[in-house]
Structures are given as C-alpha cells and as structure tokens.
Design a protein around this ligand. Sequence first.
Ligand code: SAH
Length: 259
Amino acid sequence: MSHPMNECSDIGTVYLVGAGPGDPDLLTLRAARLVMNAKILVHDGLVDPSILELARQGTRMISVAKRRAHHTMPQEEINALLIREALAGHDVVRLKGGDPFIFGRGGEEAEACRAAGVPVEVVPGISAAMGAAAAAQIPLTHREGASIVTFVAGQCKGLTEQDWVGLAGKDRTLVIYMGVKTAPQIAEKLMADGLAPDVPVAVVENAARSDMRVLRTALAGLPDLVIRAKVKSPALIIIGDVTAREDSVLAAVALEAIP
Ligand code: SAH
C-alpha cells in the first residue's frame, strides 16, 4: 500500500477509519486498504457486515457493539482496548460507521490515544447525511432551496434545552442523526420554535444499503410516519424544502404503499 502500516516503531498506530453508510463501494480507497490489511480490527455495530468481509482471514475482529444484555462497551473500555493493543506494538484499525468525527466519538478516542502517547491517523468516511442525500437524491444544498445545512444529534441528553432556533426553515436544511425515538419531541420542539407544520421532511432509513427506505411527510406528520412505517434505526430525518424537490420525490417510497 502507499502508506505502509507502522512496522518499525515499538508502539502501534490507531487508525480511526470511517466505514461510510454501508455499501463497501463507498469506502475510501485508504479505508479499504486498511481494512484489507488489518491484523486487529475493532468495529461498532453500524459497520455493515459486507465491509467486515473485506478483512483477510486471520484478522482479529473485535466488536464493541453489543455485549451482555445488549450494552455497548463503555467508551473508556474501548479507549483502553485501543491503547493497550497499540502499546503492545500492534496497529489497530478502529472502524466506525460513517465518518469518525461526526457523532462517532472519534474525537474522544483520538484524545485518549494521544494522551497515552499512541499515534493516531484519522481516515474520513462518508457520513450518513451525505450517503442518505446521494442515495435518496436529496441535494442538501441547492441554489433554489438551501444555502445552509446543519447536522444535529436528536438523541442527546437535554434535547429540549438544545437551541435549534434558526437551524431549520427557509433556505436551510436540517439533518437529524439518532432522532427516530425522539421524533415526536423533535417535531414539537421545531414547531414550538416557529417552524411551519407543513415544512417538508424526509426520513431515510438504512441509507445506501439494499434495504433503504425513503419516506416523506410534513413536519406535523413526522411522529405518525415514524410509527406507521415502523421506522427503525439507523435512520436520518432531513427537514427542509430540498426534500420536496422532484428528484427526491421520485426516489421516495409512497406512504400510501405502507400498510
Ligand atoms: N459517524 C456516523 C454517525 C453515528 S451516529 C456517521 O458519520 O454517519 C448514528 C446515527 O447515524 C444513526 O442513529 C442514524 O441517525 C445515522 N446513520 C448511520 N448510518 C446510517 C444509514 N446507513 N442510514 C441512515 N442513517 C444512518
């Protein structure tokens, strides 16, 4: 490969690698090379199995997604695992869904590694927003519809206290990650902030995967849509006029088709 893994130092390198939204074709070349050459690969639950299959036989695959009682491994344990392996002289490929630095806690892992004297390289990935936008043909910006785009987390502590005023509305696109469960509170919050109930919304479930669904509604109908269509994570909620452009409408599943 063009950048050989760190073989001469006593300490291994931790590669924080973005796996994109699911389709292996959406990996960067750098990410694909690192996965294919990995000796130790640490991954979370969002990484599509077809990407893990690119690893060669004999790669130590460590899932930090789900353990007993479906609890994810605490972040401190993940940090400790990466550091332990690197200090033992192993390069570690830490594969994350989408981009490591967009709601992926990549920042925390990079900080912990650096604090422990472990070299880190970050490989960007296609974040869910870009993957979903492309697959559903929803342009996140458009000269006739949106000159601002914002990514927010919909499942944070204190969602009601977060200030989203002005992030959605005319000429802007709001992309909400992790918002399926909190969809009713999100719709309520945005309307309380003054957003019109008829602002168009798209929900993109399993973006860039074979089972992708694109559902459209108006803001006021979002909670009902999530229930009726049984929307499951991972899904993104995209709010703004760009979701109602002709291309995205053609790419959407008609809500009437849902029983
Ligand atoms: N680092 C990731 C985001 C991790 S947070 C990235 O850059 O994409 C997890 C959230 O990302 C999910 O709750 C969902 O909102 C979104 N997400 C990730 N993959 C997705 C996919 N294939 N389709 C739709 N949403 C996705």
